[in-house]
Design a protein around this ligand. Structure first.
Ligand code: PHE
Ligand code: ZN
Length: 850
């Protein structure tokens, strides 16, 4: 084992570094297998610190020389870093190290991708570039000189000098090392500019490989919209003369907010109508905004330590969601986010990997870039805003920026600005940051003499390390509808703070139908036994668009569960209610398309498990198929009209309006395929002139037992476009019929284009298989074994992506004993692999519950 006794880091052990860094000068002499990095760092003792140990992180570095104030020294070096004796006064540290970016397949530190040098330092990658106090509370200005015979040499900040074979960059804003970046390569720029509201001219460049220039326009527009939006809504201006974005093909995550030099996974920035779907465009717009917004929430104000990750990530996700709501449709964005939360965060929070939004310990911080930290972290901010109101929220944010600019902060600092602006005590609210698990809120209703009483009880099941839970502050937005569907009480936010609490509504003429948790005002599971007739009533009448959608969702879930457990027939109330909504041409097509969605098969498995049943993946799959077929038949007459409503005139645009129409058209096409065996889908496929239509038509076909010719044609058409090829791999793995899935996935692994060292390609195939619920849980265990084989193979090459993909197994305890045995055997096999990385070791042992 590389790490025989993995060490656990605790939040409670925080102490500041013994030295302050006043400036950093770095010189890079680039060479693929022998890059020299020379550092000159000005340190001085930190009066705030008690421990003066001079320890600099450093991993996989070859130390050539080191000196203090010009005197050569021989520090004590281990595989984690070095220690040295230093003066009790300001001093200058100099060191020269050699590194091997050409052999860096982990994609952390300085590495190479298609001949281009690129860095990734968050969270702890800078220590693979040079010796340094690699922790976010150590902030400094950086000056970087790059020597290399490549045409484009980039780093953070402003360009301060350039010549033949070199460039110098100076970043005037103190920053932690995790925001350092360097890029060097044969790149071309797609350029534009932006003038900030105070008149600063900013050069904007999107750097891509030659050939990708045609995929930049949308990203650039999204960037300009983001810059304007952050000025208008948060009063935040950009603070350098240039903003560079680089697209790179080999990248573990979506993108990275390095100061003035954002680095993007090419899938998160490159877009064209021919190669990208509407969903890709929307995601790209959101990620560009997200990384740009980090300039203030993350960079100007950063995190004291990695336990505070949600301070920057939760807030920045919240901000990018606000941006998307403003650019597109707010209800549609909210529904998308809740779908995503339930698909990714709920399983995490209700399984062995459950952890608080602010974790209290970790072995490998890379394993905590999770849906809980990001998405639940954003939900917590949304609740805070709901509780204090919009005006107080915006005052608190102003105070946050004013008080903490240039600092490395904690969740305590964040909550304090809200307490100081509102006078509210947030002690109980803070439990959202420390308690893990998804709270359940049980609803009980009473009606007597014109008074409606709503009794809400909350409880959170035990989670790893947290057997007992205390009540949390849960904002529950409620509205009441009268018997004719009119709203008799508009939305009101109830504050549930006790384990059980009643709220009364007096003076009502008739028993109301309550619309509870409007807008999904808290990330909880609502347990509300109510007649389907009430759900159908809300589906027809709720004035809250989220809850109207939710009513359809609960009806769908209820009918599916009864089909699975009681062999019931598809519920007429669901089918009729759905038909009525889909007929309503006044409703936004995007919204109607969402209405046609169903809970995922994995969510149904979770719901069955919650009811004390053992989910059978094949039974779930069959129920979904049956309901789909019944829906198609029930809507038979409407489908042609839905197709025509979804017709888009004029040239393709990725805007919300057109995208919504295409989403409705695609949903209708999928239903039509169940009636015509794929004839119409094949026709749409043949005529499609954009990727959205092409891919949605192609996705219909495998289920109809067709599409072999189209899949082959698709491959021939797109084999030279790596991002489109990812879709080709992903689609086949995720849509294969359950019985064929292991075989199809295995065959795809043999395909010459399965470049498994590329994280996008690996995720497309293995992630696609994991998403194919019944195929992944194939009773033979063949899919489990296939994934485990590949995790074992990828681990030494890229521990981060391996560890992330282990989450495919996190729900294993829901299933039957045979499947649990099969999965346990695979998890054990992975755990026993010699030299398994710290990342994967931690994930597997948590999943096993060890
Ligand atoms: N900080 C990045 C973001 O949220 C994510 C990231 C983390 C990227 C770690 C790379 C490595 O935008
Ligand atoms: Zn982020």
């Amino acid at each position: 084992m590389r790490d025989p006794a993995p060490t656990t880091i605790y939040l409670k052990d925080y102490s500041p570094f013994g030295y302050i860094v006043d400036s950093v000068h770095l010189t890079f002499d680039l060479a693929p297998h022998a890059t020299r990095v020379t550092s000159r760092i000005a340190f001085r003792p930190n009066p705030q610190a008690t421990d003066r140990t001079f320890f600099l992180h450093g991993e996989e570095l070859n130390l050539i020389r080191a000196s203090i104030d010009g005197t050569p020294i021989t520090p004590e070096v281990t595989d984690k870093g070095l220690t040295a004796n230093v003066p009790d006064a300001p001093f200058v540290w100099e060191a020269e190290v050699e590194i091997d970016p050409g052999n860096n397949t982990a994609l952390e530190g300085l590495y190479m991708s298609n001949g281009m040098y690129c860095t990734q330092c968050e969270a702890e990658g800078f220590r693979k570039i040079t010796f340094y106090p690699d922790r976010p509370d150590v902030m400094s200005t950086f000056t970087v000189r790059i020597n290399g015979d490549l045409p484009v040499l980039l780093s953070n900040g402003n360009p301060t000098g350039t010549g033949e074979g070199w460039a110098e960059w100076t970043d005037p804003w103190p920053k932690p090392a995790y925001l350092f970046a360097l890029v060097a390569g044969e790149l071309v720029a797609y350029s534009d500019s932006f003038t900030t509201r105070s008149g600063r001219h900013v050069d904007l460049n999107l750097w891509v490989r030659p050939g990708d220039e045609g995929k930049c326009a949308f990203g650039m527009e999204a960037l300009k919209r983001s810059m304007k939006w952050d000025e208008d809504v948060y009063g935040r201006e950009y603070d350098l003369d240039v903003f560079n974005i680089v697209a790179v093909d080999d990248f573990n995550m979506g993108a990275m907010e390095n100061k003035g030099l954002n680095i993007f996974n090419s899938s998160a920035v490159l877009a064209s109508p021919e190669t990208s779907t509407d969903a890709n465009f929307e995601r790209i717009e959101a990620i560009i905004a997200h990384e740009y917004f980090h300039n203030w929430t993350g960079n100007r104000i950063t995190c004291r330590d990695w336990f505070q990750l949600c301070l920057k990530e939760g807030l920045t996700v919240f901000r990018d969601a606000q941006f998307t709501s403003d650019m597109r449709s707010a209800p549609v964005k909210r529904i998308h986010d809740v779908i995503d939360l339930r698909a990714r965060q709920f399983p995490e929070d209700n399984g062995p990997l459950s952890h608080p939004v602010r974790p209290e310990s970790f072995q490998e911080i890379n394993n905590f870039y999770t849906a809980t930290v990001y998405e639940k972290g954003a939900e917590v901010i949304g609740m805070l805003k709901t509780l204090v109101g919009d005006e107080a929220y915006s005052k608190a944010l102003d105070l946050y920026f004013e008080r903490h600019d240039g600092q490395a902060c904690t969740i305590e600092d964040w909550l304090k600005v809200f307490e100081d602006t509102t006078g509210r005590d947030l002690t109980q609210f803070k439990r959202w940051y420390s308690q893990s698990g998804t709270p359940r809120v049980k609803v009980q209703e009473d009606w007597a003499d014109g008074t409606y009483t709503l009794t809400l009880s909350q409880s959170t099941p035990p989670t790893p390390g947290q057997p007992e839970k205390l009540p949390q502050v849960i904002p529950v937005a409620v509205g009441l509808l009268g018997p004719n569907g009119d709203e008799v009480r508009g939305t009101e936010v109830l504050e549930l703070t006790e384990a059980r609490q009643s709220f009364t509504f007096e003076g009502l003429a008739a028993r109301p139908v309550a619309s509870i948790l409007r807008g999904f005002s808290a990330p909880v599971i609502l347990e509300h036994d109510r007649p389907n007739a009430e759900r159908a009533f809300l589906l027809a009448h709720d004035t809250d668009p989220f809850n109207r959608w939710e009513a359809g969702r609960t009806l769908a879930q209820d009918t599916l569960l009864r089909m699975i457990t009681q062999d019931a027939a598809p519920d007429a109330e669901y089918l009729d209610g759905l038909l009525a909504v889909l007929r309503d041409a006044d409703l936004d097509p995007a919204y109607r398309a969402l209405m046609l969605g169903l809970p995922t098969q994995s969510e149904l498995a979770a719901a069955l498990h919650e009811q004390g049943e053992t989910p059978d993946p094949m039974a779930i799959w069959r129920a979904v198929e049956t309901l789909r077929q019944a829906t198609a038949q029930h809507m038979q007459d409407l489908l042609p009209r839905l197709h025509s409503e979804a017709l888009v005139d004029g040239p393709y645009s990725p805007d919300a309006d057109q995208a919504g129409k295409r989403a409705l058209g695609s949903a209708a096409l999928a239903l039509t395929t169940r009636l015509d065996g794929g004839a119409m889908a094949a026709e749409v496929y043949a005529k499609a002139d954009n990727m959205t239509l092409q891919l949605s038509a192609l996705s219909c076909l495998p289920r109809a037992g067709k599409g072999q010719a189209e899949l082959a044609a698709f491959y021939d058409q797109w084999r030279h476009d790596r991002l489109v090829l990812d879709k080709w791999f992903g689609l086949q793995a995720s849509l294969a019929a359950p019985d064929d899935a292991p075989r199809i996935a295995r065959a795809l692994c043999e395909h010459p284009d399965f470049n498994w060292k590329n994280p996008n390609r690996f995720r497309a195939l293995m992630g696609g298989l994991a998403m194919n619920h019944a195929g992944f849980h194939h009773a033979s265990g063949a899919s489990y074994a296939l994934l485990a084989d590949w995790l074992i193979r990828l681990d030494p090459v890229n521990p981060q992506t391996t560890a992330r993909m282990c989450t495919a197994f996190q729900t294993w305890k829901r299933y039957d004993a045979d499947r649990q045995d099969l999965i346990r055997a695979q998890l054990t096999r992975i755990a026993e692999t010699p030299n398994l990385s710290r990342d994967t070791t931690e994930m597997i042992s948590r999943i096993l519950g060890a």
